[in-house]
Design a protein around this ligand. Structure first.
Ligand SMILES: Cc1cc2nc3c(=O)[nH]c(=O)nc-3n(C[C@H](O)[C@H](O)[C@H](O)COP(=O)(O)OP(=O)(O)OC[C@H]3O[C@@H](n4cnc5c(N)ncnc54)[C@H](O)[C@@H]3O)c2cc1C
Length: 440
């Protein structure tokens, strides 16, 4: 089975590089600045503004869907970082305004349209856009915003704030006096906007050149459907079991309607692949209506939820549809006759909702221990009942050693319990692979 080398501290390194970039921007701003200081508070306010701007610009890189980055860091870690930085950049921008107003109250005139209409309009627009960005992100579900429209609006608002921010920096002119410095800020902003255009327009459009055909739509247990796909006129994609793709179905009228789904089929079945999709919201609840013969478009593969080349044993702790990436790993190991010992702890609400349970049990090999955990078990159920708890994990986890890899994927509360327990058992993060399906 294709394995990958895993770089254990990749997220920390990504964060360090990020910090380095923000610091570099401050150094560039301060270098050769000819003007005398305007007092500590004002300089602090301005510096914080620059940092907020750079952080915002870097947000576009974090969501740019770089395959190589998702393989070393993991999409959910990246998006979690993106979310944290989003809030932090917001705080920096608000602090920028607050500190400057506190230090120099007369700056309030810049917000007064009677003094300078374009400048006041721009500043109010930024403040309003920031507030909208925050509220729609934190309260998306309550506002009834679909993920796709939220994502589109999110990108457009971020672009607007960045654009006005750049004009503001150039207009104020402090710390950007030389053409080289202006080129730095304009170039950096263009790069960020370029990444947005690349991710949201160019990449989805490019996937259209490599179409796939839906060959079968199969109902599975647990309100799920399996979509079998075959590449049309190309060699398909080369993936590691456990990775995912972004799927767009032909009848999506807009290019931005792409959803992430793990590949559930074995790597040995390539170039054909299967995705198993649970009915959940507006898009997935219509997946069963897709007709065989329909075209589909895939962007990927992405993700680091894969066995690395030093793994000697694997433990999978999954819940519900979180079984999909693990199916790909298990199916591949089984088809290849791999002897790697593996344990699967699979939490489901009821037996009749346990997607793939029959296949998992019927095709189990001597190298596998399959532990279904049924929350609401039928009468005479002999197996584990209830939820996946620390006590249950202690009963079934194998003895830990440096070669054991832990894979966790399922509903958020289950993942929190499992990850917390693995930490308590001193299992290092470098040997734990988590995939969170809810990334918004
Ligand atoms: C890495 C990864 C792998 C996944 N693998 C599978 C899988 O194998 N099988 C499966 O059934 N589900 C999988 N999911 C979850 C699946 O993507 C969502 O259930 C699906 O997109 C929900 O869409 P919806 O419009 O029907 O639901 P909604 O109710 O609109 O959305 C529910 C939640 O799904 C997420 N979501 C919705 N639309 C998108 C989108 N366009 N892009 C990203 N996230 C979105 C958001 O977190 C949202 O809050 C995976 C998710 C991720 C991140």
């Amino acid at each position: 089975m294709p394995r990958v080398s895993r770089f254990p501290h990749s997220l920390i390194i990504t964060k360090a590089l990020y910090l380095g970039l923000v610091t570099l921007a401050l150094v560039v701003a301060a270098a050769g600045h000819p003007h005398p200081g305007r007092g500590f508070a004002v300089e602090l306010g301005v510096g914080i503004g620059f940092v907020g701007f750079v952080m915002l610009a870097c947000q576009f890189a974090l969501t740019a869907k770089f395959r190589w980055l998702s393989r070393v860091v993991g999409l959910d870690d990246l998006l979690h970082f993106h979310r944290q930085i989003g809030f932090a950049s917001l705080v920096f921008i608000v602090l920028h305004v607050g500190i400057l107003l506190a230090a120099q109250p007369e700056y309030v005139r810049y917000l007064d349209p009677r003094v300078n209409i374009p400048r006041a309009l721009a500043l109010w627009t930024v403040l309003l856009a920031l507030a909208t960005l925050l509220v729609t992100t934190v309260r998306r579900t309550e506002l009834g915003l679909s993920y796709e429209w939220w994502r589109l609006g999110h990108g457009l608002l971020a672009f607007l704030i960045l654009f006005i921010g750049l004009v503001h920096i150039l207009q104020v002119g402090w710390y950007v006096a030389t053409p080289a410095k202006q080129a730095f800020w304009i170039g950096g902003t263009l790069l960020a906007v370029g990444l947005l255009v690349w991710t949201r327009l160019v990449k989805p459009f490019r996937t259209r050149r490599r179409p796939w055909t839906v060959t079968e739509v199969r109902r599975e247990r647990g309100r799920s459907w399996t979509l079998a796909l075959e590449p049309r006129g190309h060699e398909g994609i080369s993936f590691h079991p456990g990775q995912f793709v972004w799927l767009a179905i032909e009848d999506s009228p807009l290019l931005h309607i792409q959803h992430p789904f793990s590949i559930a089929s074995a790597a040995t079945e390539a170039p054909d692949i299967e995705l198993t999709i649970k009915e959940l919201g507006d898009h997935t609840s219509r997946i069963g209506e897709v007709e065989p013969g329909t075209s589909a478009f895939l962007d990927g593969p992405f993700g680091d939820f894969v066995l690395d080349d030093n793994a000697e044993e694997a433990v999978f702790i999954v819940g519900g549809v979180g079984i999909t990436p693990v199916m790909s790993i298990l199916r591949t190991l089984r088809r290849e006759g791999a002897t790697l010992p593996r344990t699967l702890i699979y939490g489901v609400p009821r037996v009749d909702e346990a997607t793939f349970l029959d296949e998992l049990e019927e095709e189990a090999t001597t190298h596998e221990s399959i532990v279904p955990v049924v929350e609401d078990p039928p009468a005479h159920w002999q197996g584990e009942a209830g939820r996946v708890t620390p006590e249950l994990l202690d009963r079934h986890l194998p003895r830990d050693h440096a070669g054991v890899r832990y894979f966790v994927c399922g509903p958020e509360p289950m993942m929190d319990v499992v990850e917390g327990h693995l930490r308590r058992r001193d299992i290092p993060l470098s040997r734990t692979y988590s995939e969170r399906f809810n990334i918004a």
